[in-house]
Ligand binder design. Structure first.
Ligand code: GLN
Length: 228
């Protein structure tokens, strides 16, 4: 496999549907080189990958048809840093509580998500999140038909949450367990080299999560590979 040994990190964006351009603008402004990914070969030599917001069932179906789904799954298993926003979070989740018929996910992130858990488009909301690991300032987050994380596995770190009362149907949260007892529902999680947010930093002008993804997941993994 060919790999450039210096220059900017090369970050792919799965470009089948969704807000690809918005992610490209943020990543480019932060100094990464962006490559749109539509085929398995486009993943070759990437330092990181972004799964954008959009419609998860459409993205997953197209990815399967184009043979890129299996390649993304292999890349995730191989440790490629991946950041999924909104639909991208659903694509990374190991379990979807309410898939449409036939909908699967790429998986890798040990969470259960519920699609559209905060309600329909008209119930979209914006809020300031406290995310001390990612930013000293509150992070501005916009939720558009966003998924909620209902369960997290042991290796999953919760970076940010919102009150469970925000859910369209708070009884979605499983009884017992720390999620239910905290009254909060996670909206930003990290497991190893995988990062996922229910919301869309690419549309708000708040670049904290992209910056954190590049600095803490993409560049260290790249450094480790290059020094091998
Ligand atoms: N803004 C979004 O990415 C919405 C996600 C969408 N509701 C889905 O299920 O894929």
């Amino acid at each position: 496999m060919s790999r450039e040994t210096d220059g900017p990190a090369v970050v792919g964006i799965l470009a089948l549907q969704g807000d690809v351009r918005e992610h490209a603008q943020v990543l480019t402004a932060l100094g990464a080189r962006v490559r749109e990914v539509r085929a398995a070969a486009d993943l070759d030599g990437l330092d990181g990958l972004v799964l954008p917001g959009g419609e998860s069932s459409v993205i997953e179906k197209l990815a399967r048809m184009l043979g890129v789904a299996a390649a993304v799954q292999a890349a995730v298993r191989g440790g490629l840093p991946v950041y999924g926003t909104c639909a991208g979070m659903i694509l990374l989740a190991d379990r979807i509580a309410n898939p449409i018929t036939g909908q699967g996910s790429f998986g890798g992130l040990d969470v259960t998500v519920a699609r559209n858990a905060f309600g329909s488009q008209v119930r979209s909301f914006e809020t300031e999140l406290s995310v001390p690991q990612v930013s000293a300032d509150p992070v501005h987050a916009v939720f558009i038909r966003a998924p909620a994380v209902l369960r997290v596995g042991e290796g999953v770190q919760v970076l940010a949450s919102v009150p469970a009362a925000r859910l369209e149907d708070p009884s979605l949260l499983p009884d017992g367990g720390f999620l239910a007892s905290s009254g909060q529902v996670p909206v930003a999680v990290r497991q190893g080299s995988l990062l996922a947010t229910s919301f869309h930093p690419e549309v708000t002008g708040d670049w904290s999560f992209h910056r954190w993804f590049l600095e803490w997941l993409v560049l260290p993994a790249r450094g480790a590979r290059l020094s091998r």
